[in-house]
Design a protein around this ligand. Structure first.
Ligand code: 1CP
Length: 346
């Protein structure tokens, strides 16, 4: 397992061919996913080990990617501690009673591993099936989880979230500390059961200026990543967010080994901003999967060229696979990557 290309790239060794996986590779665009999910609610499907195993393996079988991403959702641990929420088809997570006051904190207890025995079972089943292919465990970062709790669901501008952060910094800090405990415990369960790497998704933190990120968010994200490092320092920690060009060094300093880059910033520029000290992951625009193959091939190539200038590169999209994506386009990307040798670029 140690020699798996994904883990080598995370250690900043450049394997001969860039490792690749795709955010949101499971679900959505796969017909075999829609078939097995039929009639089963999203959050129920995440708690059924045989189903989680099947869905996680589907993209590995179809695309031959270098890693599996655990099929779950960032709100699964919140539901597990008893927060009233659901994932509504076509919308996303919806919270019954949005977070407003100190009293609301009592409705978000800490996560104890005994609350999620099924996650341990799913990861064990998966690692047995995956053999030498790494399983990436994941969790939502405290800011992104807080954004759903405070807004009550997906939001364009995160106005209520920022208002709480600026107006009630003590309550905000207490909320983020609680969420850091929950995410940290969720990741530790996955690592203890056999996950080979973890990704902390701070999808929406790009809404903040750098100074506010540092003072109001970074300590909580750092606590999550430290919880993983304390358990096993050899498990690489990937940290990703959207529109985080200005935040990349601060997100790395939170305790990442690999920094995820969205499609707005070329990888070589991201690596410069990171002082050439971290592996990078990304960053093909998922919209390019709708372009003709000649266009797609050229963009895969330029992404590889740019990534080869960083100390380590894991190929991925700049954000998740969009609904309606043709699975053949993803297969084409994998095959294209395998046809290029990184060494030839260096
Ligand atoms: O019924 C369905 O099929 C629901 C669609 C769906 C799926 C397949 C949701 C609802 N979540 C998931 C699984 C999921 N979520 C995975 C595992 C699958 C994989 O990656 O292959 C992962 C890693 C996530 C993580 C996740 N959930 C993030 C972070 C990643 C990102 O895309 O930024 C976020 C922000 C969520 C919240 C969420 N859950 C679901 C939706 C539609 C959303 C986003 C809603 C919004 O725009 O705010």
């Amino acid at each position: 397992m140690r020699d798996a290309p994904l883990l080598a790239a995370a250690r900043r060794e450049q394997p001969a061919v860039a490792p690749v996986w795709f955010m949101r590779q499971a679900g959505r665009s796969l017909p075999e996913y829609r078939r097995v999910r039929e009639g089963i609610a999203m959050l129920d499907s995440c708690r059924r080990p045989e189903l989680v195993t099947e869905i996680t393996l589907q993209p590995v079988r179809r695309y031959g990617v270098d890693a599996a991403i655990f099929f779950s959702d960032i709100v699964v641990p919140l539901k597990a501690v008893g927060v009233g929420l659901d994932i509504k088809p076509g919308i996303g997570p919806v919270i019954e009673q949005p977070f407003r006051t100190w009293a609301d904190l009592d409705r978000i207890p800490e996560l104890d591993p005994s609350m999620i025995p099924d996650i341990t079972e799913s990861v064990r089943l998966l690692t047995a099936e995956l053999g030498g292919t790494p399983l990436i465990g994941f969790a939502g970062a405290p800011f992104t989880l807080a954004s759903y709790l405070v807004e009550g669901g997906p939001s364009r501008d995160l106005a209520r979230t920022k208002a709480l952060m600026y107006a009630e910094p003590d309550l905000w800090r207490a909320l983020l500390d609680r969420l850091a405990q929950i995410s940290g415990a969720f990741l530790r369960v996955q690592v203890a059961a056999g996950a080979s790497a973890v990704q902390l998704f701070d999808s929406w933190v790009g809404a903040l200026p750098l100074a506010d990120y540092r003072s109001h968010v970074q300590p909580a994200s750092a606590a999550v990543l430290a919880a993983v490092k304390d358990l096993d320092p050899t498990v690489p920690r990937i940290h990703f967010g959207v529109q985080t060009g200005e935040l990349l060094p601060a997100m790395a300093e939170a305790g990442a080994d690999v920094v995820g880059v969205d499609f707005r910033l070329p990888l070589e520029e991201a690596s410069e901003r990171l002082g050439q000290r971290y592996a990078v992951q990304g960053n093909l625009d998922p919209a390019l999967l709708f372009a003709p193959h000649e266009v797609l091939r050229e963009r895969v190539r330029s992404t590889l060229l740019s990534g080869a200038l960083a100390p380590g590169h894991i190929f991925n999209l700049g954000h998740g696979v969009m609904p309606g994506t043709d699975p053949d386009a993803l297969k084409f990307v994998v095959d294209t990557i395998r046809s290029y040798k990184i060494a030839e670029y260096r």
